[in-house]
Ligand binder design. Sequence first.
Ligand SMILES: [Zn+2]
Length: 109
Amino acid sequence: MDEKDIKKKLIALKKEVTHRINSIDRDIRHEGMTADWSEQASERENDEVLESLGNSSEQELEMIKFALHRLKNGTYFRCEECGEDIPTARLELLPFTAYCVNCAEKIES
Ligand SMILES: [Zn+2]
């Protein structure tokens, strides 16, 4: 994987996630939709799901931006926590991760 490919991948991901966030926002605002009374209760539940989906997408977007920043600084392949190299296989799977497997597990738990 060279840096050009990674950058392309990250930019494509960024576009995808931005698009997802925008369409979630639109769904929450119910643009162009006229719900009758019986539909409104289930829509409210749906909104909560959409909102949490929106939040995790925002987080993902931040990580992608951070990854692009790290790529620019030449620190992309290094774990932000321990400074060890992040295995390429992991970066291929999660191109926006900033941590090696060990540190990610430590941080998440
Ligand atoms: Zn680490």
